[in-house]
Design a protein around this ligand. Structure first.
Ligand code: SF4
Length: 116
C-alpha cells in the first residue's frame, strides 16, 4: 500500500489497526509517491534525502507522522527524521544541517523534550 492510499473501508482500517494512521495520512504531502523515497532512495542519495527533508518540513502532518513513527518503532523517514526502530538513526540523518534540525525539532517537539 502506498503512503496516503485509502483503506477499502473504515471498518477494515480499524480492524487492521491503521485507522489513526489513515486519518492523517490523507493530508500527507507524500501521499501516493513511491515509498522507496522514504527508505532506500533516502539512504542512498543525499540530494534525494535533502529534497525529502524539505518536503517533510512543508508537510501539514509532520508532527503526526513523526509521533506515529516513534510510537510504532518504525524504520524509514517519519516526520522528516530517519528512524530505526523508532529511534534517531544518526548515520542516515548525518546530511542534515543544524538549520534543518532546528526547524524539525521546533515542529516535532512543540517545545517539549523528546527522547530520540
Ligand atoms: S512528514 Fe514527510 S514522510 Fe511524513 S507524511 Fe509528511 S511528507 Fe510524508
Amino acid at each position: 500500500m502506498e503512503r496516503g492510499e485509502s483503506p477499502e473501508s473504515t471498518t477494515q482500517a480499524v480492524m487492521d489497526g491503521k485507522f489513526l494512521l489513515n486519518m492523517w495520512l490523507s493530508e500527507a504531502l507524500c501521499a501516493g509517491t513511491d515509498t522507496e523515497f522514504y527508505f532506500d532512495k533516502y539512504e542512498n542519495d543525499q540530494e534525494t534525502a535533502k529534497d525529502i527533508d524539505r518536503q517533510c518540513l512543508s508537510c501539514p502532518v509532520i508532527k503526526e507522522c513523526f509521533d506515529y513513527g516513534v510510537k510504532t518503532e518504525s524504520y524509514g523517514v517519519w516526520g522528516g527524521v530517519f528512524l530505526n526502530d523508532g529511534k534517531l538513526d544518526n548515520v542516515r540523518n548525518s546530511h542534515k544541517t543544524q538549520e534543518v534540525w532546528q526547524r524539525l525539532l521546533g515542529i516535532i517537539s512543540e517545545g517539549e523534550d523528546i527522547d530520540l
